[in-house]
Write a protein that binds this ligand. Structure first.
Ligand code: SF4
Ligand code: SF4
Length: 402
């Protein structure tokens, strides 16, 4: 397979009718119809056209039929098919987004929640439909200030791209505060775009609307251009994905890190701070973007193991075999739709695996997952036996005095 950078170059401006003009597009012709993609897909059994069949239709010149199907409304961009394909076909990065964007144009019944999220993002720069002025409200209970570049524009090391879930969702705000406290305690030089930040436009959830994704990318790139910083850090693996795999098509060449990787690079300084013993059995959920797509598997585990008293237990499906929480690719706004079709939420499926480990804590590193799994724990009737925590929260709880 080509290096990601080279593949990204090739993808610029690719459309379905010009798919075979690129090496990565031509690779689709090497499909051996093994069905691994369909079999591995967590919602494959609900799709009239799983990836294997989409390729058949494409080759047969019948792709128009796929556009009229709601199959890809059930694709949560989990990268499982792509990671398992023996021909290394970039299904989740290339083929599925191109089909999704055509489907979005044709669908007569875009589910209401997804439609609303897209509309909100157009209007407000975030799917919550909240004012940009409220982006920094989560900082009010902190006992130190968070620097906002518009107010204090001198150069900074880390531009912390907070993203919408951390800025607006109550549980996301807890994670934002825990992260800010960690950065502060580690004496990092960081600042945010504050009320100037807009949704990163991650390719997964917004490939339904490539025009919106491009608008957001143009906007955020203009913001990046206003300030001087060394690197971008984000807690949101979907934003990390957008910066790593979509923004380069718009000539963005900045250095981007996940918050997990940044914290891990300071693990030797963190360890002496983790003085509160936490006798807990923790199971860690590998998020699709952080794990399968960016191969960050060991760093989160090593951060958790740095907490005194913690023992890690693995779920049956872990690392590259992890099961998606169901929030990607627009899935955050499709729960009601899936329910109407009698489909099980993937977070409910995943939580059964977590419970089976006997763990007290399900640790996560993606803002979508906290609320999705907390809901699933409640539904399973396990709220008194298992809690869901972001890794940043567990770290800050293990630091004395917090
Ligand atoms: S896994 Fe790859 S080779 Fe097999 S059917 Fe799917 S796309 Fe084709
Ligand atoms: S990305 Fe995931 S949900 Fe989408 S088709 Fe592939 S395996 Fe299925």
């Amino acid at each position: 397979m080509l290096a990601a950078e080279e593949a990204i170059e090739q993808l610029w401006g690719v459309t379905l009718d010009k798919l075979y003009d690129s090496t990565e597009g031509q690779r689709i012709l090497s499909c051996i119809q093994c069905g691994t993609c369909a079999g591995a897909c967590p919602y494959g059994e609900h799709m009239e056209y799983p990836p294997r069949k989409i390729i058949t239709m494409l080759k047969a010149g019948l792709i128009e039929d796929v556009f009229d199907s709601d199959s890809l409304l059930k694709c949560v961009n989990c990268y499982t098919c792509m990671s398992k394909c023996p021909r290394n076909i970039r299904l989740t990065e290339i083929l599925l987004p191109l089909v999704k964007e055509q489907t979005a144009v044709r669908l007569s019944h875009m589910p209401q929640e997804l439609h609303k999220a897209i509309e909100n993002t157009y209007r407000y720069g975030n799917s919550y439909g909240e004012s940009g002025r409220k982006r920094m409200l989560w900082t009010q209970t902190l006992d130190f200030p968070i620097r906002i570049l518009a107010d204090d524009p001198h150069p900074v090391d880390i531009l912390w791209f907070v993203e919408c879930d951390l800025a607006y969702h109550p549980r996301g705000q807890d994670i934002a505060r825990a992260t800010a406290q960690l950065f502060h305690l580690l004496d990092m030089d960081f600042a945010t775009l504050g009320y100037e930040e807009h949704c990163a436009g991650d390719c997964g959830r917004l490939t339904w609307e490539p025009g919106l994704a491009e608008t957001l990318i143009d906007y955020n790139l203009a913001m990046f251009g206003k300030y001087k910083f060394q690197r971008i850090v984000t807690n949101d693996p979907h934003a990390l994905d957008a910066f790593n795999f979509r923004y380069p098509m718009f000539e963005f060449r900045g250095k981007v890190l996940s918050t997990i990787s940044l914290l891990h690079s300071h693990i030797d300084r963190l360890k002496p701070m983790l003085t509160e013993r936490r006798d807990m059995r923790i199971t860690y959920h590998d998020s699709c973007c952080l794990g399968r797509h960016n191969a960050i598997y060991e760093e989160p585990r090593q951060l958790l193991e740095a907490i005194p008293g913690v023992s890690l237990v693995e779920m049956v499906h872990n690392r590259s075999n992890s099961i998606c929480c169901g929030g990607g690719g627009g899935g955050m706004w499709l729960d009601t739709y899936y329910k109407s079709l009698g489909m099980e939420r993937l977070s409910d499926r995943r939580i059964r695996e977590a419970i089976a480990t006997g763990a007290d804590v399900l640790a996560v590193a993606c803002p979508y997952e906290v609320s999705r799994f907390e809901d699933a724990v409640k539904l399973a009737g396990y709220e008194h036996r298992m809690i869901v925590r972001d890794i940043t929260e567990l770290l800050i709880e293990a630091i004395g005095g917090h």
